[in-house]
Design a protein around this ligand. Sequence first.
Ligand SMILES: Cc1cc2nc3c(=O)[nH]c(=O)nc-3n(C[C@H](O)[C@H](O)[C@H](O)COP(=O)(O)OP(=O)(O)OC[C@H]3O[C@@H](n4cnc5c(N)ncnc54)[C@H](O)[C@@H]3O)c2cc1C
Length: 508
Amino acid sequence: MIHDVAIAGAGPVGLFLACELRLAGVSVLVLEQAADPHAPLKRLPFGMRGLSVPTLEALHRRGLLNDVAAAQGPAAPHWAHQARRPGGHFAGMPFHLDQVDASAWPYRLPGPADTSMAVELESLESMLAARAVAMGADIRRGVGVEGVEQSNDAVSIRTTDGHVHARWLVGCDGGRSTVRKACGFEFSGTEPEFTGYSIDAELAEPDMLRLGRHYTPTGMYTYARPGTIAMVDFDGGIFHRTQPITLEHVQRVLRRIAGTHVTLTALRLATTWTDRAYQATTYRRGRVLLAGDAAHVHSPLGGQGLNLGIGDAMNLGWKLAATLRGDAPDDLLDTYESERMPIAAQVLDWSRAQVALMRPSPSSRALEAIIRDLIDTTDGATYIAGRVWGVRLRHDLGEGHPLVGCSVPDFALSDGTRPGERLRTGKGLLLDFGDNASLRQLAGRWEDRLAYVASGAADTLGLSALLVRPDGLVAWATQDRPDPNEASQVALRWFGEPMPAHAPALAS
Ligand SMILES: Cc1cc2nc3c(=O)[nH]c(=O)nc-3n(C[C@H](O)[C@H](O)[C@H](O)COP(=O)(O)OP(=O)(O)OC[C@H]3O[C@@H](n4cnc5c(N)ncnc54)[C@H](O)[C@@H]3O)c2cc1C
C-alpha cells in the first residue's frame, strides 16, 4: 500500500499536520519512534508551552480551541498580586498591558481567545492525536524512520519495522531530524553560547535562592517554589547532551550562578537545552519536506518553537493536499518555503537578541538597562507585544491591501458566526460584505475549494470583500467596489484552475 503522505514524528507539529491533511481527504501515515507518547518532560512544570495568537487562531479555525482552553486548568495567574498586569516578556523583561497601544494594528478585531494561552504539551499532543485518529490518520508508535530514498513519484522509507512507501514524506521529527539528515538538507546557523537547565529539585534551605528571574555576573537563573529552577550557564553549550545530569553537577553550577551555597537534597527531574540557532536552507527536496523543529531550532527562551511549527503545518497542509489532488497551481507548494522560511529566520533572530541581553557581561547589563527603559514606553511595549503575541505577523504574499498576508480579522458576521468557524471545513473563504452577484458567481466556479459568505458584520473595518486562504491568511482584500476579475486572478493563483464545468467569463 502507498500512502499519500508519510509524516515522521508524532510531536505537536506532525500531529497537527496529520489533521490538516485528513481534513483535505489525503491518506496519512504517521511514524513515531517513541513507543509511549507520555513522558515526564511533557508534563508540568517543564511541559508548559505558551501559545501565541496565530496558534490560537489556527486551533480555533479547526475547532480545537475550546478543548485546549479547557485543558488549561484553573491555575491562578502569576500576575495576580502585581499592581500592573504584564502582557509577556522579552529576555525576562516584562511589558505591561496598560502601555500596549492596540491602535498599532488597525485591522485586528478582538479574537476568539486572549493574546496567549499556556497548555501542557502532553495534553496538547493527546488532543491532536485523538483528533488525527478520529479523522482517519494511521499513527504507528514505536516505529522510527532510519533512511529515505526517493524517486520521481514516490518515497521509500526505511523504518525500524521494515519499509513503507508514500507519495510525499514530511519530516516533523524534531531538532535532530533523521529525515533532514538522510535527505541531505543543509542546516546552518549559529553555535550555542550556553547550556540551559530546567530542574525540579528539593532544596535544603529554599530561602537561599531569590524568587523570580535574576541576571548574575556568571549567568542567569529563575526560581519558583517549591523547587523549579531554570538556569543558563555560558559554557559554550558544551555540557548539553555530553554528560549525565547529576545532582552534584547541577548543585555546582547553581551555586556558581546564584552566588550562594545552596544545597540540593534531591534531583527529581532535570533536562538541558542550548541556544543553538539553526535553520534548514531549503524546506523541500523533491518529495520530502520539513516542518517544525526539524526545519529550525533555537533557544526555548521566549517560547516560540511550537508556535512556529504549528504555523508551518497550517501553511503546508492545504498546499500539499492540493498538490496531491492535482488542482494546485504549479508553484503553490514552493510558496510554503518562501512564506515560512523568513518567519522562522525572524524568530531565530528574536531568540539571538535575547541571548545577547543575557550574557554575563557589563555590556549586556548596560544594554538590558536601555531595553528596560524602552519596554516601559508605549512604543516599546507595543512593539514587543506585537512580536511576542504574533499579532503583527505578516507573510509575504505579494502586493496589495495591507491585510494581504495577515490573518483574517475575526469579523462578527450578521448570522452570528465568525470567519474562524467558517474555515473549519478546510476550504478557503470569499467574504462578501456587499452581496455582489459577480463574487457569488466567482465563488461558484471554485465551490469545491472556496466557500462563499455574503454577510454584513458588526464592524467590516471599511472593507467590502476579502478572499481568505484555507490557512486563514488574507489573499485579497478591497475597500472599493469589488472587481471580480481581480478577485478571479487571485483565486487562480491560490486555488488553481476552476472546476471544468464552469465558463471562464465573468459578468462584471
Ligand atoms: C523547556 C522548553 C520549553 C519550551 N517552551 C515553549 C513555549 O512556551 N512555546 C513554544 O512555542 N515552544 C516552546 N518550546 C519549543 C517546543 O517544545 C518545540 O518547538 C516543539 O515541541 C516542536 O514540535 P515538533 O513536533 O516540531 O518536534 P518535537 O516536539 O521534537 O517532536 C518530534 C517527534 O518526532 C519523533 N521522532 C524523532 N526522531 C524520529 C524518527 N527518526 N522517526 C520517527 N519519529 C521520530 C520524536 O519522538 C517526537 O515525538 C519549548 C521547548 C523546551 C525544550
